[in-house]
Ligand binder design. Structure first.
Ligand code: MMA
Ligand code: CA
Length: 304
């Protein structure tokens, strides 16, 4: 290495270190000062950086806080409006509840009044029931008395009927011979001798209008009596086999214990013959029910 190169290296410019040892402390002091300045600068820089960081942090914190506050504000406003709505609804509910309460209390009052009325009615009804019970027991005793009286009267009536019955039998019915006007009495019956052309059904209806029936014949005596009075051209009598052919039934539902058929009758001739007539001779013939006969005879019981 060239020994001059050290001097050359230092050059003509300001000298970095003292050449002279006497100047050494001075140099050292300066160097120390410069070092302190650098340190101070570094410290200052660090402080500035620290402050800047702190400020940035503070700013961030502030911004974050402001954001949070805004958020809180919005949430709070939302909550407030919700609470206000709830409050409104609650107020409405409360009003409705109050109205309902007043309605309920009104109903309660009405029910209580009704209850009172019912109680009054109940006591009235029980009073009536008591009255009815006593009436019923009175009626029972009364009806028992009446029943007793009625039974007594019935016994007397039965005795009377028996007496009359005996009298009737001993007098051979001579007592029961009363007939309405225009009716003829024979034994215990009355007879009406109708005149004028009628079909069998019309004759039956005419007799029923006179409170009688087309005549039923149950004995020779009766037959003889009728034959004496009957229309010579033909007379309807109360015998017919309308329901079943050949099964003849009397109007009085009595038995077919006597008959006076003309020989060869009944023959159900022509278009069918279900109604019986008495001919001029007095004999019977089954004839067409639609034929119009001049005579028809009604009977009814004579009154006693
Ligand atoms: C008539 C009529 C009948 C009766 C006969 C008897 C022709 O018909 O009266 O009912 O049976 O005569 O001949
Ligand atoms: Ca006939």
């Amino acid at each position: 290495m060239n020994p001059h190169s050290q001097d050359e290296g230092r050059g003509p410019g300001p000298k970095v270190g003292p050449q002279d040892p006497a100047e050494f402390p001075k140099f050292s002091r300066r160097r120390r000062c410069r070092g302190q300045g650098v340190q101070l600068m570094l410290v200052g820089l660090a402080t500035i950086l620290l402050w800047a960081g702190l400020l940035t942090l503070l700013l961030f914190w502030h911004w974050d806080t402001v954001q949070n506050l805004k958020q809180l504000e919005v949430t709070a406003a939302r909550n407030v409006s919700r609470v206000a709505k709830d409050l409104e609804r609650h107020n409405g509910d409360q009003m409705a509840q109050k109205a309902q309460d007043s309605q309920v209390s009104q109903n309660m009052e009405e029910i209580q009044a009704e209850q009172k009325r019912m109680k009054a009615r109940d006591s009235e009804l029980s009073r009536s029931l008591d009255g009815l019970r006593s009436d019923l027991s009175n009626l029972k005793s009364l009806s028992l008395n009446e029943r007793h009286t009625a039974l007594h009267s019935l016994e007397r009536l039965q005795e009377e009927v028996v007496k009359l019955w005996i009298e009737l039998h001993t007098s051979n019915g001579s007592l029961c011979n009363t007939c309405p006007e225009n009716w003829v009495n024979f034994q215990r019956k009355c007879y009406y001798f109708g005149e004028g052309p009628k079909k069998w059904i019309q004759a039956r209806f005419a007799c029923s209008k006179l409170q009688g029936r087309l005549v039923s014949i149950h004995s020779q005596e009766e037959q003889d009596f009728l034959a004496r009075h009957a229309n010579r051209k033909g007379t309807w009598i109360g015998l017919r086999d309308l329901d079943r052919e050949g099964e003849f039934i009397w109007m009085d539902q009595g038995p077919l214990n006597y008959s006076n058929w003309r020989p060869g009758e009944p023959n159900n001739g022509g278009q069918g013959e279900d109604c019986v007539m008495m001919q001029g001779s007095g004999e019977w013939n089954d004839a067409f029910c639609g034929s119009r006969l001049d005579g028809w005879v009604c009977d009814r019981l004579a009154t006693c």
